[in-house]
Design a binder for this molecule. Sequence first.
Ligand code: FES
Ligand SMILES: [Fe+2]
Length: 396
Amino acid sequence: MSSTPGNEPLLEWPAKYNEVPKQVFEMDELWPKELETIFYGAEWHPIVHRAEIPNPGDYKAAELGEMPIFAVHGDDGAIRVFQNTCTHRGTSLVTESSGNKKEFECPYHRWLFSLEGDLVGCPNSRDFTPDFDKKNFSLFQLRTEEFCGLYFVTMSDKTPPLKEYLGESFYEPLSRVLGGDGRLKLAGYQKVMYDCNWKAYCDNDGYHAPLLHKAFALLNWQGGKGFQRISENGHLTFESELKIPDEITALKDGSILDFKGTTTSTGSIVQMQFPLTVYSKHMDMLNIRYAFPKGPKGIEVHYAYFTHEDDNDEMIRHRIRQSSNLLGPCGLISMEDASVFSRIDKGNKTPGNAIFQKGVQDEYALSFEVKQNDESGNLPRWEHYRKLMGFKRAAQ
Ligand code: FES
Ligand SMILES: [Fe+2]
């Protein structure tokens, strides 16, 4: 259990499963334990899609918790993820968010690493310790698995194999977000900073969408049938039909809402992978939201948008236009989220619990039967978080 030096628990969890202590968003002291048990624990974290680094030498920098890492496409075609630190004295090797290099040279004493992470040069090594061997100074490579071109990392040996960890009810729709076969091309990024604790960002629910987001009413955009699927380790998938009216009078040009795809429905898929990655497909838009907490306060979200390798020029233009108009900082269906996240952060500096209602049938039990617009689908994730953090639930 997480505890203070006096061995008092940092936080007691309410007895009711539909209540979350507001302090959980506000206590900076939780962050070290979250790093240890979640970000460096037995979870898989997506870092890069092959489409983001398609050529040998392409690299992308990222963070896992507070640990700097980077993914690189090797000369042998393999994608590897390394800690972004020189194995000599620890200087970070990569400083830009992405680029292309033939090798990685540390500026401090000019040690040189290959794209495969091997130490291939170090000046003055004749004067090094007698047993010095370059082979013992390769970059530290993280355990990695791939699904549909997306590469995930984990710091733990205990994390189950990726497909087992995600479960079929999660990875099957994920394959559709990733174009069906993972043959994607990067269209671009939008990067957004949200002013809240990382858990407020990922606590977005099915209940709020038609109520908070004005565009749903403005466009007369009605949800059709849909469902949520939830797993015990906190992953969540929403699938729904989108009923787009024939005529959209609120927009001068309604073509951003066209559906041009042929192989999948006009439906919407939104997935939340524990702890904080969102994947979405709305009509023809394919999106991964990589999220990087900046400590206990503030979270930077990189919205990565994709096209499919088989798209013609018209389809590429359409996907880019649709993506940037629907999501991101000024997207029709997501711009209000940023304001709510920061208001949650302000409002939760008050005592008491945040209370979930929609879809909760029994306050003292967890249900995995959740309807499309229920907020109770978030509760298994909170329970998974509570257990990982070792917080004791109060007696009834
Ligand atoms: S710290 Fe990198 S070469 Fe010395
Ligand atoms: Fe939202």
